[in-house]
Design a protein around this ligand. Structure first.
Ligand code: M6R
Length: 610
């Protein structure tokens, strides 16, 4: 994971490097560092590292410091603990080569052993340090570009590298799998792990493609492939608005993103539904192909996997198609029986999740077509997939995914209905009714958000519990999984999501007066069965928070606290509502416990390593 930034150009204050770096903190935040060439003294390199977040680094750097070439890094530790020594930038023995890296070098031990024999001395436990020494070894007194070229061809694993040498006024970049984007400024170049870091600095970007090397001087950018053949590149326009990267008065990005959901869903509706008809104009998959599909596979991780689970129910019911779903980290290694032309739906907010990309690669090898459901234009998933649906949620900064989740579900609901029409599995009248309700989901979400204060009060009471069970059934079973994931990732309270019908097969053993259970018991489908589960929990003194239908008369009598949701005509759309109180609940519990909401410990937003 990790975020990297580099700059070359006219004189700038050090903040110019730290500001974009802060935007990448979602990728990792256990340690950080910078290296830059001081003005007027090309040989002198300034290096500073800290354990902890970028603000700490900022506090220990004089803001007046100027530089013309610099690199910076925010780390999510893989090899070696999050210490000052292991923080990047790393350097070679001669302290000429300085570099930052995002990714994992799988053969670093082998390279390190060779370099040790050649007399190199290592000071960190990282895999990254070998890259700096290897470049130094190959470079000798010769060309840095040649040395980098030889180095990247020796490395196994994934990497985005930013590097400079005290000998030259240049920045070098290289990537294999991990992302790297160069922003073109009026007076130089700003390079970063993703476009969000470049927002507000430039609108012109060049995305380095896989296995490319870049060389940037103050006014020129050259790109080579890994055979050192110079190649043409395209300058693209950034579409993200810098204002979207702001908290807009909310205490945390997570809270802001929870509140953005109604707007996101309304926008998705107006983008994909024209004159009452779902249209995926940019979908690069033939209608005949979609109509004749036999099977769909869904691959995703974490929250995106839960969105996929919800959509499995929906796709099977309305498009009458067999759907298999797997977490990408399993799918990539399981010899899944995928046939040529089967469709793989890969869901990913970032479009950079290593396991999802690897599962896609494997499916492509077997001849499948790939449909990416993705929130980030230009991400690797959008480039690897045969077609993609943009979830249009806008930048999601909070590590805990919220608006991306409901946007994924909504987009896939629309896709399922589109598929159902092509396959003639749904009466137009029924499609129309579902669409009408989907159109209004944003308004229903707004009504739920008005209860945020009530959820805050309930969360306060429930913050004392040391263990949570989330129960749901049918299409809200994935909602229970997602509710538990949200709570555990930001509050660190152990939480389990379960299909309510499974309770008697194990989890009921947990129940006593010290455990809390969140029950999704909406009227309509399997309601009575969940009510029985609540009875069973109460008989064992468990505390119950019910997520109930407005006007509920039965479950409300049993539950200790309740959150009421508007009633929908179609129960299958309720996951889009249930998500809101569960996200708010997790948020307020975590806030009560004084947790770091946007940047929970040990996590990173984009999991770009395996
Ligand atoms: O970018 P992706 O959607 O591929 O990310 C997948 C998961 O890493 C992500 O959903 C993770 O589980 C979130 N932290 C959940 O809130």
């Amino acid at each position: 994971m990790c975020g990297i930034v580099g700059y070359i150009g006219q004189k700038k204050r050090i903040n110019f490097l730290l500001e974009p770096l802060k935007r990448l903190e979602y990728r990792g935040y256990d340690s950080c560092g910078v290296a830059f060439r001081l003005n007027g003294n090309s040989k002198k390199i300034f290096l500073k590292k800290e354990k902890g977040k970028i603000n700490k680094l900022k506090d220990n750097l004089s803001p007046e410091r100027n530089f013309e070439i610099g690199i910076a890094h925010t780390r999510w530790a893989t090899h070696g603990a999050p210490t000052k020594i292991n923080a990047h930038p790393h350097f070679g023995c001669k302290k000429e080569i300085f570099l930052v890296h995002n990714g994992i070098i799988e053969n670093y031990k082998e390279i390190k052993d060779l370099l040790l024999k050649r007399g190199h001395k290592f000071i960190s436990q990282t895999d990254t340090e070998v890259i700096a020494h290897l470049v130094e070894e190959f470079a000798g007194k010769g060309s840095i570009l040649n040395a980098l070229h030889q180095t990247v061809n020796k490395l196994k694993g994934s990497f985005a590298i930013l590097m400079f040498s005290s000998r030259e006024e240049k920045i070098y970049l290289a990537r294999k799998e991990s992302p790297l984007i160069a922003g073109i400024l009026k007076d130089g170049f700003l390079v970063a792990s993703d476009t969000s870091a470049l927002c507000g600095f430039t609108k012109k970007i060049v995305t380095l493609r896989d296995k490319e090397i870049g060389v940037i001087s103050k006014n020129d950018l050259c790109i080579y492939n890994f055979n050192l053949r110079k190649i043409k590149f395209q300058v693209e326009q950034v579409k993200i608005d810098a204002q979207e990267m702001d908290k807009k008065g909310f205490a945390y990005f997570m809270l802001k993103e929870i509140f953005e959901q109604p707007g996101v869903l309304k926008n998705l509706f107006s983008y994909y539904v024209r004159a009452g008809k779902i249209e995926f104009k940019e979908l690069n998959l033939k209608r005949e192909y979609l109509a004749s599909l036999n099977k769909i596979f869904i691959f995703a991780c974490g929250t995106a996997f839960h969105a996929g689970l919800v959509c499995k129910y929906f796709l099977e019911k309305y498009a009458r198609i067999n759907v298999e779903i797997d977490v990408s980290s399993e799918a990539r290694y399981r010899d899944i029986f995928i046939k040529k032309n089967d469709l793989v739906v890969a869901i990913s907010q970032s479009g950079e999740t290593a396991d999802t990309l690897a599962s896609v690669k494997e499916a492509k090898r077997k001849g499948a077509k790939i449909l990416g459901i993705c929130n980030v234009l230009g991400s690797r998933l959008t480039k690897e997939a045969d077609a993609f649906i943009h979830t249009l949620a806008g930048p999601e900064i909070g590590v805990a995914s919220t608006k991306a989740y409901t946007a994924q579900i909504y987009s896939l609901f629309l896709f399922s209905l589109y598929l159902a029409r092509l396959r003639k599995t749904l009466k137009p009248k029924v499609e129309k009714t579902i669409l009408e309700e989907l159109k209004n989901i944003g308004n229903y979400q707004e009504a739920i958000l008005k209860q945020a204060d009530a959820v805050r009060r309930i969360a306060k009471k429930f913050s004392k519990f040391g263990c949570f069970l989330f129960l749901g059934r049918g299409i809200n079973y994935p909602s229970a999984l997602e509710g538990a994931l949200k709570l555990k990732e930001i509050s660190y309270i152990p939480a389990e999501g379960y299909a309510a019908g499974e309770m008697k097969h194990g989890p009921i053993a947990l129940i006593d007066e010290y455990r809390a259970v969140v029950c999704i018991a909406l009227e309509g489908v399997l309601y009575e069965k969940v009510v029985s589960n609540i009875q069973e929990i109460k008989a064992r003194k468990g505390k119950v928070l019910g997520v109930l239908s407005r006007g509920d008369k039965e479950a409300s009598l049993l539950t200790d606290e309740k959150i009421y949701l508007p009633r929908l005509k179609n129960h299958d759309l309720t996951p889009l509502l249930v998500a809101i109180p569960l996200q708010l609940f997790a948020y307020y519990v975590a806030k009560n416990l004084g947790c770091e909401i946007d940047q929970p410990r040990n996590l990173a937003k984009s999991v770009t390593v395996e």
